[in-house]
Design a protein around this ligand. Sequence first.
Ligand code: CP
Ligand code: NVA
Length: 305
Amino acid sequence: MTDVKHYLKFSDLTHDDYQHLFERARVLKRRHIRRELYRPLVGRVMSMIFEKNSTRTRVSFEAGMSQLGGHAMFLDSKSSQLGRGEPIEDTARVLSRMSDIIMIRTFEQSLVERLAAYSRVPVINGLTNEYHPCQILADIFTFIEQRGPIQGKTVAWIGDGNNMSRTWLEAARVLGFSLKVASPAGFELPEAERCDAPMLTAGNDPRAAVAGAHLVTTDVFTSMGYEAEAAERLKAFAGYQVDEALMSHAAADALFMHCLPAHRGEEVSAGVIDGPQSVVWDEAENRMHVQKALIEFLLLGRVND
Ligand code: CP
Ligand code: NVA
């Protein structure tokens, strides 16, 4: 299915594609706020597969498809045949004959790649163990809304080498900004991913990562699928909370972001997430606007009306 465009990783799209998407998200957001109807997808259907929990991803895709005139349907592994061992390749063949686009949240990235390989229609990665491209798309759109272009700016990531930080690194490569990472020892991105990355500074010191940053961002200590490590992580991540003292080392106008859900008192203090530098609610809302732009792009190409 080589002529079908998928969004499995941030690096699947170019700098130029992102310029289009950010502009389109701005237009679609403005239309939504003005309650102007824009329904280019009447009669089109999205299948959404969730093998992990979700609030934002489910609601933003479902609301977004409705607003574009289409429909989204929810499948999980418990109530679908995926949970009884139907191969993902067969699922892809069937779903893509009945729907126009597929979104999947699952464990291994390789499963999403297998789904895409057998799908006749675009596949969107709604989070895997390895990547979360839709979230970083929303985060960067939010940064641009607040501060202008991200090119040349510095983003600080405080947390482990997970789906979010790996996607931030991809985005830094594609869009040309610096990424400074502080991870607890033993929870870094693998060495092979950290080398050959001139835009990345990686270490174990949160203060060094945050120094002068224009955006400070973090995530839960324990991502979905890693619950067995929760107690060990709670210990290892002591000292990695983004609090007011840490934020004071960032640029004076630095923003704070968190993909959510958040645990106040663990990875972030209540004072920071509920404070003046935090843009987490705009960040969450923007999932819907950027994903509408993404769906439009994958199904209709570069629309400019
Ligand atoms: N940030 C995010 O993906 O949220 P959900 O897990 O609620 O979808
Ligand atoms: N890293 C987190 C992100 C949740 C949106 C996880 O994978 O659970």
